[in-house]
Design a protein around this ligand. Structure first.
Ligand SMILES: Cc1cc2nc3c(=O)[nH]c(=O)nc-3n(C[C@H](O)[C@H](O)[C@H](O)COP(=O)(O)OP(=O)(O)OC[C@H]3O[C@@H](n4cnc5c(N)ncnc54)[C@H](O)[C@@H]3O)c2cc1C
Length: 460
């Protein structure tokens, strides 16, 4: 690929871009990558990793509360937000350095700069420098959105700022019903804040199984989070140190902080897509084919900017597959089916495959197996919580097409269950597997009776 300065220019140093750059370099390509903020991208700097650290912090409250039933006295536990944030920041800086070192070792040139496409083979950096590239990979991710314009929106923060608040807000209103809103509701409530979650839809966690949605909401409310649905924030006003949020219902809520988590539009604006003729898809992301190739033959896109499935492991797989396809001589398509996913809420959710509603719409016959029970730990702790385990089965083939878990350890369980679901395990395979006792997960292999739907049970 002589005639070019590099074989590959990657725009964006997040999950997808870093993996693609490293693998392409290992395949022998001359690679350059531009990152305008911090290497590691959303996941490492202000997404999955810092969020999970905050989730861990928030869960100590329940552990301390539960400890009494097991004979412990931890009644004098106190929490310090600045210590948590400082320790989290230290770990994120360590990870950022590790990402930089990995790219250095692979021989990838790093430009700490915004990059914009000037034409199909040229990328321009912030200082005006132009780099000619045989291939361009767009991996610019997504950014927090704020929904419809409202008065006072400038007073609201997004998840980006939530990681750097100077103090824990005593009262917070979170608008949104997706996993980020629900997770932060759990984080702030666990750390001691009064949380109101406001969502315009009929129930939180749209797209998840209906039983999961109902169960999570029920438990969140039991644990003191106020969930207001069918409603949104209409205006925000600053009154001294506090904020007043006017809801579409007419109610006024006084809080110390308003956070919006109402979706993450792909970062497609102002990066020169028009200059190169790169097309946007109906989903608002860069339109790509199965190999992540855009409408322009030498320009590819991976990760959140394509708005396929906005998760780190998916972006990483897409970046890796791109590098193998273009520079490794191994055309690779990423399978976007049966992607396991978690909500690190309180209670936690792990899910893979079809929801009951999807299965009923897509399959000839659907069987559902469900267990709802008090976990063993709650017997001594006295915690008012139940676990939900649900298998969705193709009634004609007996294949397990969906697995949904709500409760402690759900994310860890679902990662393993996803292997079985992806391999096409039948309900009989689950039943033939010996139970591991005493665990929550043993219910996955001991459910023998088909259930009516949760919604029906609740109504009866
Ligand atoms: C609060 C939160 C929690 C999350 N939790 C999870 C989770 O638990 N599990 C999970 O799987 N996923 C989670 N995600 C989603 C996950 O972070 C993303 O799916 C993932 O980071 C996408 O990777 P990416 O490479 O596509 O984009 P990103 O990681 O966003 O990287 C894009 C990079 O491009 C840079 N950039 C943008 N434009 C330019 C430009 N013009 N020039 C140079 N650089 C540019 C950005 O600064 C950014 O660093 C979470 C996200 C958030 C916000």
């Amino acid at each position: 690929m002589s005639g070019y300065d590099v074989d590959l220019f990657v725009i964006g140093g997040g999950s997808g871009g870093v993996r693609a750059a490293r693998i392409a370099a290992q395949h022998g390509a001359r690679v350059m990558l531009a990152e305008e903020y911090r290497l590691g991208g959303t996941c490492v700097i202000r997404g999955c990793v810092p969020k999970k650290l905050l989730v861990y912090a928030s869960r100590f409250r329940a552990e301390f509360d539960d400890a009494g039933g097991f004979g412990w006295d931890v009644s004098h536990a106190t929490f310090d937000w600045p210590t948590l944030i400082a320790n989290k920041d230290k770990e994120i800086a360590r990870l950022e350095a590790a990402y930089t070192a990995t790219l250095d070792r692979a021989g990838v040139g790093i430009a700490k700069s915004r990059a914009v496409i000037a034409d199909a083979h040229t990328v321009q950096l912030a200082d005006g420098k132009r780099v000619r590239a045989a291939y361009i990979l767009i991996a610019t991710g997504a950014a927090p959105g704020y929904g419809d314009p409202i008065d006072g929106v400038e007073h609201a923060i997004s998840s980006n700022e939530a990681f750097h608040l100077p103090r824990l807000p005593p009262q917070i209103l979170i608008q949104g019903g997706g996993y980020i809103a629900v997770e932060f509701a759990g984080i702030f409530a666990g750390l001691g804040a009064h949380v109101t979650l406001v969502y315009r839809g009929e129930n939180i966690l749209r797209g998840f199984d209906d039983d999961v949605r109902a169960h999570v909401r029920m438990d969140m409310e039991k644990h003191g989070i106020k969930v207001v649905t069918g409603c949104k924030v209409a205006a925000i006003e600053r009154i001294g140190q506090r904020l007043s949020a006017r809801l579409s219902s007419g109610n006024q809520v006084g809080v110390d902080c308003v956070m919006f988590a109402v979706g993450r539009p792909p970062n497609v604006a102002g990066i020169g897509l028009e200059a190169a003729g790169v097309a946007i898809g109906k989903n608002g992301g860069i339109a790509v084919d199965d190999y992540s190739r855009s409408s322009i033959a030498n320009i590819y896109a991976v990760g959140d900017v394509t708005n396929r499935i906005a998760l780190t492991p998916v972006a990483i797989r897409e970046g890796h597959a791109f590098a193998d396809t273009v520079f490794g001589g191994k055309p690779t398509i990423v399978d976007h089916r049966n992607v396991p996913t978690a909500v690190f809420s309180d209670p936690e959710v792990g899910t893979v495959g079809l929801t009951e509603a999807q299965a009923r719409a897509q399959l000839g016959r659907t069987d559902v197996y469900k267990a709802m029970f008090k976990p063993l730990k709650a017997t001594l702790s006295g915690r008012d919580t139940t676990v939900l385990i649900k298998l969705v089965v193709d009634g004609l083939t007996d294949r397990v097409v969906g697995c949904h878990i709500v409760g402690e350890g759900a994310a860890e369980m679902i990662q393993v269950a996803a292997i079985a679901v992806r391999m096409g395990a039948s309900k009989a395979d689950f039943d033939d597997t010996m139970a591991l006792h005493p665990t929550t997960a043993e219910e996955l292999v001991t459910m023998r009776h088909k259930s009516a739907s949760y919604a029906r049970e609740a109504a009866e």
